[in-house]
Design a protein. Structure first.
Lengths: 220, 220
DNA sequence: ACAAATTTTTAGATTTGTCTAAATTTTAAT
DNA sequence: ATTAAAATTTAGACAAATCTAAAAATTTGT
């Protein structure tokens, strides 16, 4: 498998092509910064290799083999991210670009040893779950901060937007995964909300609250 | 720089193209398992990029920029080898293949942090020196075991042949870098020699003694 | 249901890195 | 100093991954 092929498989997975949902060549092209015609060519090629199901004019979905392949790449990507943060003191906004390269290194032993070195982490620095060696992983029980009701309390467990600008914004406001967060007041006008993060009062815009995942603590 | 270009630069360095010595397209092709005509094409391309000096029908040598580039790649390769052995328990015969991939990862911060994590090692698992960040490195004072005279004593400091078969042979015979070694007797007939390695007697063929580097301990 | 707009595919071209076969240059031998 | 042998380059072709422009299919609006 070439690096390009792996990137297609990974992108299709992230667009939902694992739920036997058909993903359009247009959507893939947009995500990958390429043209729909290029996607069509690759769709044919990957179908030939039994990684995709492709229906002309409809879109593609991943086969079982395709899903397995995608999970393997995602596992590598997320483990490398943990490695960079835990062992090399990278910040969570610096890891993505490098992990994009490292995820393509071909050595089963290497990634298993990295997994072991990190003591088999379950989540990456952005709170996303890391598939196990045999490909299973459970999405954490979480919801967007914006979905919480006034008074609800939770723990920050992940981010939806993983861009450096958003992550740095969170750093600057001392919001980190694991922090407790409580909704004090929601503003109908602009959907912003006042929250308490680890005891500190903050005003967060809708843009922020729709990109921060929390695990709700049941009040009773 | 593409991965292929980097591999050409690295190969030319190893063939001596740093000493402003001209390396033939034939020699490069043989080393890289490709055809001389392909090398010619790449020679033109890399000359265009100011990495090579190329004289038609004569060969190529590295420019200053080419040497700097080669040293950067070799630095990465050797640091990754140390990482694999020291942090992930790879054996010295397993590291080459994986390091060939890792050496192409583009991130200055990454390799500097790996260097730091390893506490700035000077030599890789095969005894080869690791260029510093600014590109200087000194070849260790060493000679082939085969060059020693009867009675000479030394320390194993490196291998010339880094193939898995040779390295496993050394493992099997409990010969490791850092071991003391003394020449007991040299056989004129087949150039084999009887040696004492850390007190144990061994008979080594010429093939072995011409691939093991030692640092001679001056008798007086 | 049909025309217009949108999406997708096809056809043909481009770039990178490679190859084979033929032509050219250099080296070696007498 | 020629000629034969060896090494090197050129010319033309190919595969992978991409693009643009045109054609075809699908979706949408009325």
């Amino acid at each position: 498998m070439t690096r390009t092929e792996e990137n297609y498989i990974k992108t299709i997975f992230h667009l939902g092509g694992n739920q036997s949902q058909l993903i359009s060549t247009n959507a893939i092209a947009e995500q990958m910064q390429t043209k729909p015609s290029s996607v069509t060519d690759m769709a044919k090629k990957l179908t030939e290799k039994n990684l995709l199901n492709y229906i002309r004019y409809q879109g593609v979905s991943l086969t079982d083999l395709g899903i397995k392949t995608a999970l393997s790449i995602i596992r590598k990507h997320r483990l490398w991210e943990v490695f960079l943060v835990k062992k090399l003191d990278f910040t969570w906004d610096e890891v993505h670009e490098v992990a994009e390269q490292l995820e393509h290194i071909k050595s089963e032993k290497l990634i298993d040893k990295i997994d072991e070195l990190l003591d088999f982490p379950k989540y990456d620095p952005h709170g996303d779950p890391i598939p196990s060696k045999n490909g299973d992983f459970q999405e954490r029980d979480k919801q967007l901060l914006s979905e919480l009701k006034t008074g609800n309390q939770g723990i920050c467990v992940g981010v939806k937007d993983t861009s450096a600008t958003f992550l740095k914004f969170l750093d600057k406001n001392n919001i980190a995964l694991g922090n407790s967060i409580q909704v004090i007041e929601k503003e109908d006008f602009d959907m912003s909300m006042r929250v308490k993060v680890e005891g500190r009062n903050l005003q967060l815009s809708n843009q922020v609250s729709t990109n921060l995942y929390v695990k709700v603590l049941e009040s009773n």
